[in-house]
Ligand binder design. Structure first.
Ligand SMILES: Nc1ncnc2c1ncn2[C@@H]1O[C@H](COP(=O)(O)OP(=O)(O)OP(=O)(O)O)[C@@H](O)[C@H]1O
Ligand SMILES: [Mg+2]
Length: 257
């Protein structure tokens, strides 16, 4: 069975795209058949994997567009998927058009269509990773309905901490109303500074409040920017780097769940 994970946090810039791409890359490195779906109109994850080439070829916007048109000649979800330079890692790329499409999709109650598309892909991939925009909107709801696990990046910031509770409520509501399979697999502590006292205290507090904080934090490194520039996931760009090893450890922790 395909594992479907969504990486979600309505706060911007907490590391969703970086984490989704690198964990998907680790999975592919380990021989898993992996699909990354980029639901953010910003397209950062697509760009991270393909650079300028991300703009060419079919995208997830074409798939959503098709959901609005009833056609006898509909394509299969698989037809919108492309290969990447990384063996075993496929991409359903983003497109800026996703922004305009959202209103139409919402008006026509298409929120369950992504789940149907993933059902149609079942068996082709071992893992599907979904990167989402920083908002609780049509795309993030569609992803939370389609996925069975949710990972929440947390950047050790006081405002983000507050947002975590709203996030948990959003996930609980979707679970109750639409998707009993959904569970919060864990909170990923990103840009962790072990020597600073505030982040460490914050993480301890989250744990004591019963939030599922994962045991493998990710440290901050400027190297990640270089990997973005090079359009090459960190775990391939510099596999021996501390952060790459942390991505491996995080993946290992999740795989053991
Ligand atoms: N561990 C890290 N160390 C250093 N910089 C990081 C780390 N993780 C993410 N960043 C940087 O933080 C910025 C935001 O990361 P990213 O784009 O992954 O976040 P996001 O949550 O997907 O953002 P958005 O909400 O805009 O989609 C990027 O510039 C990225 O390079
Ligand atoms: Mg992002």
């Amino acid at each position: 069975m395909t594992i479907r994970r969504v990486v979600f946090n309505q706060k911007g810039g907490v590391g969703k795209s970086t984490i989704a791409v690198n964990l998907a890359a680790v999975a592919a490195k380990r021989g898993r058949r992996v699909l990354l779906i980029d639901l953010d109109p910003q397209g950062n994850a697509s760009h991270y994997l393909q650079g300028e080439d991300a703009a060419a070829g079919p995208t997830v916007a074409d798939l959503f567009q098709q959901m609005l048109n009833i056609s006898l000649f509909a394509k299969e979800p698989q037809d919108f998927v492309r290969d990447t330079r990384i063996e075993g890692l496929s991409l359903l790329a983003s497109h800026p058009e996703l922004s305009e499409l959202m209103v139409k999709l919402e008006a026509r109650y298409k929120m369950f269509k992504l789940k149907e598309a993933l059902d149609a892909l079942d068996g082709r991939f071992d893992e599907i990773w979904i990167d989402t925009p920083p908002a609780l909107n049509f795309y993030t709801r569609s992803a939370l309905i389609a996925a069975d696990r949710c990972l929440i990046p947390f950047d050790c910031d006081a405002f983000s901490r507050h947002a975590l509770y709203n996030l948990k409520t959003s996930a609980d509501e979707i679970r109750a109303d639409h998707n009993p399979a959904l569970y919060i697999e864990g909170i990923v502590v990103n840009q962790f500074q072990p020597r600073a006292s505030l982040p460490a205290r914050m993480v301890e507090e989250l744990k004591s409040e019963g939030l599922p904080v994962l045991a493998s934090p990710l440290s901050a490194s400027v190297k990640i920017r270089e990997s973005h520039e090079a359009a090459c996931p960190m775990v391939y760009f510099d596999p021996r780097h501390k952060l790459s090893r942390e991505f491996e450890a995080l993946y290992q922790e999740l795989a053991g769940n």
